[in-house]
Design a protein around this ligand. Structure first.
Ligand SMILES: [Zn+2]
Ligand SMILES: [Zn+2]
Length: 580
């Protein structure tokens, strides 16, 4: 039993409790436990109860439930609660953006039988009336469309990559494997992927395929053959297809290039080959007489068509071939270029760990600094900090920094941009901080002019350094705000405000294309994890990959700077705007 499955049960329990108007503290306790279990680095099934109790938010009662779940697959309380679940509600609760309260309301009033029924009611405008606005109706339809798309099409990379890596680890243990790699859009780090593509070189394909289809993760075998097998790993809505292709070692590079894609990129390569009287495909590189002349390494393919090697993240036919021909491929940022994390929450707002633990985790990653950016006061649900608490935190950090050697905590805040556009803390407080990340957590559905205006106004403040999760989208769950992004870019450029690539896998916000626009305009970017539990620091690689897909080098990203230069860069905006 995986941590995610335990978390799912706790999330469900929280939803049912909320629907039945039970104590909000219990609802929150289950959600918090779910979040912490989900993010816990160790397998909860393998931990003794005493260890489970050390996870934040897990007391004796919840530790007992976790044990019960890992031993029996469920727990008595969950089964009891499920009986309180009105029929038809399970299905519609899966609709993104539809909260438990509204779902319950719809179910009570319209006796909704399921998603199809709800969609029909919404499209015929039968939901509208007391308690349901026309906008809610539209959002329900949007949510249903999103849910359908998600079921039939693509999965967020954050959900797929851990499974793919686990699969790779198992496959790597087979002695029949000579070479192996993830391929497809997952290797290109697209933010959503349809399936997991794996390519292997082997002289004993039958043996390898036998091994593959019997792996413990496999819930269903779709097809099995000597060159390609397809399976489903995981269950239900979490199930994802994984394809393993096996080729001979001397065609491995050509096949890897072919199966990594993108299709558009490969078409360009093939056209260039034809012009040189060559043919490239998944079997190798061939001359005009059909004689095989290469294909063992991926580099061979690029060399054959007269190009330098192009990293997978750039293979979208979005200018990479032209840049490669001119010798102008960017030298892409790497995870090891990152010197610190500029967005993290401690226990003082809605994080789960005290600052000391965050520092330990950041240092363990080799960082030189991190910014503590707890929420500001108007974010009540996240226990946002008021002026007094910020001042106390500043003192605490100053004292701590005196004791730290070779590491620095930056005094910061995640400053809420309120619904009316006002900033949540006065300039006098902001002036005492070293980094201010401003962001929107309310009024997502305001029109473009209003919501863009809020962000632009925040950027005009001399103390706001970064706009965090600038578009607010959650992959497959919530669309970006109706934002005039060009106006945001222009204001960022003019005011010297950085834009964040938020690494949280459900966010990845900015996305690759927007980040590339920002980079092209010379707007500084930061790549930050928005850490709430210690393991979230590991999400940094997702953000770095977004930046790579956005053609960024280390020079485009502020948190590749050493401490001194970072502080100077952060202070520059204050000086510039104060001077005007
Ligand atoms: Zn936030
Ligand atoms: Zn945050």
């Amino acid at each position: 039993m995986k941590n995610a499955e335990i978390a799912k049960i706790f999330y469900d329990m929280a939803d049912i409790l909320e629907i039945n108007d039970e104590n909000p503290f219990r609802v929150r306790a289950y959600r918090r436990a779910a979040l912490n279990i989900e993010g816990h680095p160790k397998d909860a099934a393998l931990l003794p109860v005493e260890e489970l109790r050390k996870i934040p938010g897990i007391g004796a009662d919840l530790a007992g439930k976790i044990r019960e779940i890992t031993e029996t697959g469920t727990c008595a309380d969950y089964e009891k609660l499920k009986k309180k679940y009105p029929a038809g509600l399970t299905e519609i609760l899966a609709i993104p953006g539809l909260g438990p309260k509204t779902a319950k309301f719809l179910n009570d009033k319209f006796k909704v039988k399921g998603i199809d029924h709800l969609e029909m009611l919404a499209r015929e405008h039968k939901l509208k009336g007391p308690g349901i606005k026309e906008k809610t109706e539209m959002n329900i339809i949007k949510g249903i469309e999103m849910l359908r798309g998600r079921q039939t099409e693509r999965h967020p990379i954050g959900k797929v990559l851990p499974s793919a890596r686990e699969l790779m680890e198992y496959l790597g243990k087979s002695s029949a494997v000579r070479k192996i790699s993830i391929a497809g859009s997952l290797r290109r780090w697209k933010e959503t992927v349809r399936d997991i593509d794996i390519l292997a070189a082997s002289a004993r394909p039958d043996e390898l395929m036998d091994y593959f289809v019997k792996l413990p993760q496999v819930s269903r075998v779709l097809a099995k053959g000597p060159t390609k097998s397809s399976v489903v790993i995981g269950y239900g809505g979490n199930g994802i297809q994984a394809d393993l292709r096996v080729v001979e070692e001397d065609a491995y590079g050509a096949a890897l290039c072919y199966f990594t894609g993108s299709k558009e990129h490969n078409i360009r390569l093939r056209e260039m080959a034809v012009k040189r009287g060559l043919k490239v495909n998944e079997y190798g590189i061939f001359d005009s007489k059909g004689k095989k002349i290469g294909g063992q390494r991926e580099e061979d393919v690029y060399q054959a068509v007269g190009l330098p090697y192009i990293p997978p993240e750039l293979r979208e036919d979005s200018g990479e071939i032209e840049a490669a021909l001119k010798g102008q491929l960017p030298s892409l940022i790497q995870l090891s270029d990152i010197k610190g994390d500029l967005h993290a929450h401690s226990k003082q707002s809605d994080g789960s760990y005290p600052l000391e633990k965050l520092i330990e985790a950041a240092r363990a990653r080799g960082y030189n600094y991190m910014a503590l950016t707890d929420h500001s006061k108007s974010l009540g649900i996240a226990r946002g900090l008021d002026e007094q608490k910020i001042l106390e935190q500043i003192k605490m950090i100053d004292a701590l920094n005196k004791k730290l050697r070779g590491f620095r905590v930056l005094k910061g805040v995640e400053l809420d941009i309120r619904g009316d556009g006002a900033l949540d803390l006065p300039d006098a407080i902001l002036a005492r901080l070293e980094i201010v990340n401003a962001s929107i957590h309310s009024g997502f559905r305001q029109d473009a002019a209003r919501i863009t205006g809020r962000i632009v106004r925040a950027m005009e403040n001399p103390y706001v350094n970064v706009i965090s999760h600038p578009t607010g989208r959650l992959i497959g769950e919530r669309e970006a705000y109706g934002l005039d992004f060009e106006r945001v870019l222009k204001a960022a450029k003019e005011t010297g405000t950085a834009l964040e690539i938020n690494c949280y896998p459900a966010r990845l916000d900015l996305n690759d294309q927007m980040a590339r626009r920002a980079r092209d305009m010379g707007i500084p970017l930061v790549i930050s994890t928005d850490t709430h539990v210690l393991t979230h620091f590991e999400f940094m690689e997702y953000g770095v990959e977004v930046a790579r897909r956005a053609w960024c080098g280390p020079g485009d990203v502020l948190n590749t700077l050493d401490l001194k230069n970072l502080l100077a860069a952060l202070a520059a905006k204050r000086k510039k705007l104060a001077a005007v």
